[in-house]
Design a protein. Sequence first.
Lengths: 396, 621
Amino acid sequence: MSRVEAVESAVSPSGQPDIGTPAVEATGLTKKYSSQVAVGGVSFAIPEGSFLSLLGPSGCGKTTTLRMLAGLERPDSGEIRIAGKVMSSSTSRTFVPPHKRRIGFVHQSYGLWPHMDVYRHLMYPLQQRKVTREERDRRVREVLAMVRLDALAERYPNELSGGQQQRVSLGRALVQDPDVLLLDEPLSNLDAALRGEMGVELRRLQRVSGSTAVYVTHDRLEALSLSDYLIVMSDGLVVEFGRPQDIYELPATEFSAQFVAGAVALPATVIAPDGDGFAVTVGESKLLVSQLRESTRSAAHRGGSMALAIRPDRIRVQKAGPSAQANTVSAAVTGVVYYGSHYDVDVEGHDFGHLMCRVQADQDERFAPGDAVQVVLPREDLVLVEKGKGGAEPEI
Amino acid sequence: MTLAQAPSPPAHAPAPVPGRRLGLSRLTRALAWLVGGAVCLVIAAGIVIPVVVVVLASVSNPTYGIVGNYGTKYLSAMVHADQFASLLRTTLIYTVAGTVMAVAIAAMLAWITTLTNIPFARVLRVLPLAPLLFPPLLLVTAWVQLYGGRAGYVNVLLQDAFHTQHTFTDIFGLRGMIVAVGLNMVPLPYLILSAAMRSINTSLPEASYMSGASIPKTLLRIQLPLLRPALLSSLALVGLVIAGSFEIPFVMGAPKNVNTFTSRIYESLSSGEPNFNLAAAQADVYLVLNGLLLLWYVMATRRENRFQTVSARGGNQRIDLGRWKYLVMLVPVAYVLVAVAQLLIQSVLVSFQKFFTTTQGFPYRYWTLGNYRDMAKQNLLVESFTNTIKVDVIVTVLTVVVSLFICLVAFNTTIFGRRTLEVIATSPVAVPPVVMSVALLITVLIIPGLRSTYSTLTPVIAVEVILFIPFAVRTISGSIIQIPRELREAAAMCGAGPWRGMLTVTIPLIRQAVYSAILIVFVLSFRELAGIALLTAANAPMVASTALDYWETGQPGLVGALNIAMFVFPILAAGLMAGVIAGVERGLTGWRRHRTRSAVQSISVAAAGIRPQVDAVTEMK
């Protein structure tokens, strides 16, 4: 199965609502820099009015993808449609230059012009398009109120705080009433307190303006809290596409389990279906797992090499003793780190490598390196996922 | 209407119609490319052709004209001439010794003013730049009047004091040339080295001390290697400039028959029967010499990129000199006294003298304003000033416009070969002004259409534009590359095409650099001598070349007055221009603030009404 098909099958059969004419549609986008593949065939469709995040570690191609949507980079191949119109297509050799696409773009560093005040920043996009004077005034007025900058319209960028600069950048992107709003890690230059606040503000503005937004981030909490849809990317490829809670609760791959849900994973081999779940082996231990994403069921055949994902706080650790609880593996503690509300206990087992478990601080039992322990992996908290990034191993 | 329904039809641009519109924009784009490309080619040709012509002339043995019948007659004539070895030796010694001296003094001054805790550092830091303000001819003639052998006034004073006929100082000859050029060329390496020293983060030497290294060892193992790139580029740049310098060898060397190739080229073209082919052959020596120097520089700095990462911004703990700081403070003061102040005082004094003779008692007693009055009365001088101002204005406008164009093309477009254009534009730095003027002279003489411009101001303008483009390009490009990519991209995302983006974002952001370029070129052009000396015709005199003529015919007072005028006039004019520019800028800023304020006032009134509506929509969502 090719990567593109894998993505498409990951989108449609998983019971997502029919999105009608998508606001943004990308098909088979690729981009190479000399011999380095930045984006290696990415496809997705974004429903109108929704907020989509491209989530992945740095260098995974998410920013390049965003810049291709904006027209700031020219794709080597593939097609981009925005509001139903072809913006870029390698087959028909079409390329609409960035200034002719109706796109609002918020740069990571905001891209404010030092020689213009807030008011002129907001006027600028409207001056480029043939907009009547009244319409111009009306839009600027609306957006100034919307981004709550009406009192600061005379200020220059160097007279504004980080959060205010951010809102100018957003206002400038929104004032032209774009077909799609593209945001390139807009919160990463703000301090932690402001980041949360601006995230909420961002979501509010996107809802109020009714625009479709594509948001690039490497912060999973930002992505989970803001998005309607999530695309998890790695090494220039789409790993998973879905609703945040779906990916968080029921990841399809080991990569998204770790990256999105913060889960830990153990290598597992499928033995046989067991009721509505599966029996698997981790080393010599036999474990039962009942959850998996529908789309990964085909990979879960007898002898299939998969992985078990679980969030560290769901793992129970107890001193070794004569208990015959199900889904238990034995291990030894190799390290303990105190975090106030909880401990992170690192254990190592015969059947697997290291595993990080989160133990609440109010639990009576204390662990020290060298302790022999039993690690309980509750059946209902385990998810059977595809190894690594799923699908075929990425071709190099 | 609520904001959620905001997509209103008039705000929407019409969908791009694939047929006509796209075709038309493609046509205009192609046209812009064609015009831009053609202008680029003309600029490149203007710079490259003269150099090609001079090389062709040097390998020609024509029976008629200057180029044709190729052979090595003149090259071998030059090499086999008696003086070739001594010419080459003088040029090399002069260049190497002068360069080492200038860079050594500059390094010392840079260390004192940037890394030690001397008092008045803020004032003392700018002192070493003083020589930049003065026309070279002013400094050179004053050196001669004060230290020129028997007639040098300082010598006369010393002889009187010690009752001897011994010549204490003689600025004429190789040693004097080296001292004069070594002192005069300090500002350039000083700028480079003090910037480099300032950028060394204190944490780097401190880490070395923490690792157990002593202060001298740290200086040798940490600071010196970090300064290596700056030292190398200082040496290379100063070497290029000194090798091609003209005033000092001509005024201080030629009278003692100590010549570098520049003074020899000038002599062989300005006297009697000019031999263009021989001059071209001699010019070749510079092309080879400077080519080798550049090659060495490129080889030496090939792997210097790795230094860029360490020059992070950071605290700059100054070295505490204790009580010594008061003594060390005197070093930059002494430099300015020796390299500039005494020469300026001498030039001012001599400009008010009818005669200047040192051998018959106190020389400053023939006071007159006549030298200055002559500037307004003597036809030759009036004409010189008119021509110089005319040339200066044209050169400044042309140079800055062309340089701005080159920078915008090189850094703001995707035109093929854009970086090559920038390299070509900055390459005249490696060609000595005298050589460039020979090249232009021959080009004008051999290209039929251009011959009519011979002995007009046109070649003078051309050579100055070529010589000053590198300065203007460096000034503007330094500013353009600092504009973050996002600022242009943001304009594109707002619907501004490449031209609008350039006009509304790039150009407003680099305007300060453009103003600087205008001022620099204006000042440099007014006093340029080396580049125009060979091109100035009797019927189109220029101030600098007229001053040189008066020097040769022995009128020190008038030369002094002209020197002072060449120093004061362009700086005053530039100051005035800077004032006007600042005034206009202030006016514009005020006007913009006013416009925004009045627009905003009407908006905030209206916004007060719209706020509840916005909040209601938010709630609803």
